[in-house]
Design a protein around this ligand. Structure first.
Ligand code: FAD
Length: 279
């Protein structure tokens, strides 16, 4: 971990760009965000290994900043031998943090693999590599979309923390009370590790609405209604988004959140503006 960490324990997530222009842009974004001394950067991963090599390539670029960089690793659709090889490669590269996930299998893409859930992946990583990696897992204050109930999802969350995860990062949400409720319930079940809220800056309503439906994050009606009135006015959306997300972050921190994990979508400005408003 970096020695000059941001006092808030902030972190930033990137996805592996798939064009030369995207790769070039990411270097600038990385540098702009590295100035804020984040606790770590992370890089997403496609289930079934679809972006496996691009994740590692991106991790290499992002790590040049000197900031700890955690590749995401999902188990669905992968065999243990593939995961073992990848863990070995990460260790050889000096990587010591991971975000461990089940992932979602793209339709038509093979079998589910040998590990069905994230708790099994965390167990596997601990069996194979002991305490080498700091492991983060996903948490869902508004429930995972496939969960039969909030209680079951919470039990499953606790299971993966007990399997050896060091911290959790939540799915994004816009209702602070959902986060506080989740944390309180998790604490009551003995989870002591940090549960860091995942923050999605609002920059594009159409994409946000589509993605939120798929991942089970609720956009409150008042936010939807307001965003709908802006149509294609990206400046108005960005200004409103900045205000909403800044207030959300303020409430989360005042309520005891241990940090903020920004889903940057490979853009620096929206996260930086929110951080500036906070400080
Ligand atoms: P799990 O914790 O395994 O949960 C999945 C579902 O199964 C839940 O409904 C849960 O209640 C249930 N469940 C869990 N364990 C058990 C069990 N033992 N028995 C029965 N039911 C169980 N996706 C990607 O493809 N790539 C990424 O890089 C990526 N990064 C992400 C980062 C964060 C911070 C978050 C919040 C999500 C990310 N995702 C990513 C999305 C994630 O892969 C999906 O939400 C996926 O559907 C679930 O992954 P999980 O690790 O939370 O699964």
């Amino acid at each position: 971990m970096s020695t000059q960490e941001h006092p808030l324990g902030i972190s930033f997530e990137f996805f592996p760009p798939n064009t030369d222009a995207g790769r070039e842009k990411l270097v600038g974004v990385r540098d702009a965000l590295a100035c804020r001394n984040p606790r770590f950067f992370s890089v997403t991963y496609g289930a079934g290994g679809s972006t496996q090599s691009r994740t590692l390539d991106t991790v290499r670029v992002v790590r040049e900043s000197g900031i700890t960089t955690a590749p995401h690793l999902s188990c669905i659709g992968s065999e243990k031998s593939q995961l073992r090889d990848l863990l070995r490669q990460y260790r050889e590269e000096g990587i010591d943090s991971l975000v461990a996930l089940r992932g979602d299998l793209p339709s038509g893409m093979g079998g589910i693999g040998e590990l069905r859930y994230a708790n099994e992946l965390v167990e596997f990583i601990r069996e194979e590599t002991g305490d080498h990696f700091e492991i983060a897992v996903a948490a869902y204050p508004e429930s995972h979309p496939q969960a039969p109930s909030f209680e079951k999802d919470l039990e499953n969350f606790v299971r993966k923390m007990r399997a050896g995860a060091n911290l959790a990062v939540t799915q994004y949400f816009f209702t602070a009370d959902a986060y506080f409720h989740f944390v309180e319930r998790a604490r009551a079940l003995g989870v002591e590790a940090p549960i860091v809220p995942g923050i999605m800056p609002i920059t594009n309503y159409t994409k946000l609405a589509r993605f939120s439906d798929a991942c089970g994050a609720e956009i409150p009606r008042w936010i939807r209604k307001q965003l709908e009135t802006y149509g294609d006015d990206s400046h108005a959306i960005a200004d409103f988004g900045e205000e909403v997300i800044s207030r959300l972050c303020e409430r989360l921190l005042e309520g005891g959140a241990p940090g903020l994990h920004f889903y940057t979508l490979n853009q620096a400005e929206p996260s930086l503006k929110v951080l500036d408003n906070l400080s």
